[in-house]
Design a protein around this ligand. Structure first.
Ligand SMILES: Cc1ncc(COP(=O)(O)O)c(C=O)c1O
Length: 449
């Protein structure tokens, strides 16, 4: 490893970072994170903080899970790679596929297709949804519906159903035939409706209206996050997802639950769909599937969808896949991570610590005028929306958000800033004391502006 002077001199000089301006990154180089243990990360200056971001909503088991590390190392020695394209497979992939489908069986899932991450999983699901209808003899079902404020990754398919224009505009034109329904976001919505239950009704009506306008026989699938994460932690009323499920079923539209963040315990249940009592037709997962120790994602389908593919004419295969689909090292990470996830059963901790963090943020809202909205209360995903005028809901600008972020970090906690939101999704292993630290550091951040 090169010395610190070398690292500082070359920081962001050759590497274009995701989700950032390359020139701005050169002006203000990113923090160099050199190590991590438990729920803490340490930077090149030796400053250690609680990682309230959980890497990027993904390090569910914290940074010190030796079972996953050992499984990855062992698999690298036995078989570092072999393709899973038709004709060959590997033992870890076979075991991981059985574990994953068993884990998601209560959600109705029956088969899994492994990918290299969440964006791949979303594109896989969208493609399989279209193919499903073609195989069934309804080739006209090609369109996709999704919610505004949803985040579904950055491939062309995922960006096309994405509900934040920041990830779309520079890359347009995107996939045609993608239509967006209002987000169940009580703080800001086109209906001026602050009651979450009434808003859920309005969103469902808007979806019915769009389906009628498009003609149901042209729509392949509807994709949604059970709780919208990257869009600012937008928690729908409990009636929303069941209502949308019913609408999809009535119109023959596949429901894809994007569980890339919600899956594996973050909501306090094993999946966001289960949290709302819904069985989707397809699911996408990533992040917590390996606690991010190795890049893996997956698209899952239920028995009815699987039936159509498995009984199709033998000329109609799945002509889709990635070099790293069912990668043996990734699959070994999945097996170890799922064993650990189940053994530690972190759902209860996600609920308890999530409630503690949510209540802590609600208390800060009482004391700080710049806190416009606090969202959470369903596991360990919390959003705090910062405004400069409570009545007008004027969004805090990037400079102000940057100051809050820096002061929170200095005080001892890493948070994520997206637009005018502070977002928190710590490892599901956090303790009461860790959350106490997060709350006091966020307060220091708010007090700094
Ligand atoms: C709900 C959701 N779907 C898809 C993705 C894309 O996953 P990845 O960044 O692994 O491609 C993300 C990433 O944050 C996500 O939150």
């Amino acid at each position: 490893m090169k010395d610190d002077n070398y690292l500082r001199a070359h920081n962001a000089r050759h590497l274009w970072h995701p989700m950032g301006h390359p020139g701005a990154m050169q002006d203000t180089p990113p923090k160099i994170i050199t190590g991590a243990a438990g729920v803490e990360i340490t930077d090149i200056d030796g400053h250690s903080v609680v990682d309230a971001v959980g890497g990027l909503w993904c390090v569910n088991l914290g940074y010190s899970n030796d079972a996953i590390k050992t499984a990855i190392a062992g698999q690298l020695m036995d078989l570092p790679y072999y393709s899973a394209f038709a004709g060959t497979t590997n033992p870890a992939a076979i075991e991981a596929s059985e574990m994953v489908t068993e884990f998601f069986a209560p959600d109705g899932m029956a088969r899994v297709f492994f990918t290299s991450g969440g964006s791949d999983a979303v594109d896989t699901a969208l493609r399989l949804a279209r193919q499903y209808h073609k195989l069934r003899g309804e080739p006209g079902r090609t369109k996709f519906l999704s919610l505004k404020k949803g985040y579904h990754g950055t491939h062309f398919g995922g960006a096309s159903v994405n509900g934040n224009n920041r990830f779309r505009i520079a890359y347009e034109p995107l996939l045609s035939g993608c239509f967006h329904i209002p987000s169940p976001y009580p703080y800001r919505n086109p209906f001026n409706e602050t009651d979450p239950e009434k808003l859920a009704q309005l969103v469902a009506q808007a979806m019915e209206d769009e389906i009628a306008f498009q003609d149901p026989s042209t729509i392949a699938a509807f994709i949604m996050e059970p709780i919208q994460g990257a869009g600012g932690v937008i928690v729908p009323h409990e009636t929303l997802m069941p209502m949308l499920r019913e609408i999809c079923t009535r119109h023959g539209i596949l429901m894809i639950a994007d569980e890339v963040i919600c899956g594996f315990g973050r909501t306090g249940d094993w999946t966001g769909s289960r949290h709302w009592g819904v069985q989707p037709d397809m699911m996408t997962v990533a992040k917590g599937i390996t606690s991010a120790y190795f890049p893996v994602g997956a698209a899952l389908v239920n028995e009815a969808v699987a039936d159509v593919f498995e009984n199709a004419d033998r000329s109609q295969g799945i002509w889709h896949g990635y070099t790293y689909s069912a990668h043996p090292v990734g699959a070994a990470a999945v097996v170890a991570c799922m064993e650990e996830t189940k053994r530690l059963d972190l759902r209860a901790n996600a609920t308890a610590r999530g409630t503690q963090l949510y209540e802590g943020m609600l208390k800060l809202k009482e004391r700080y005028d710049i806190v416009g909205d606090v969202r959470g209360g369903h596991g360990l995903m919390i959003g705090v929306e910062v405004v400069t005028d409570q009545d007008k809901k004027t969004a805090a600008d990037p400079a102000m958000m940057g100051k809050i972020h820096a002061a929170t970090y200095e005080a001892g906690t890493m948070v994520r800033v997206g637009g005018n939101n502070i977002m928190m999704s710590p490892p599901l292993t956090v303790t009461e004391a860790d959350i106490g630290q997060v709350i006091s550091c966020v307060e220091a951040g708010l007090a700094a502006v």
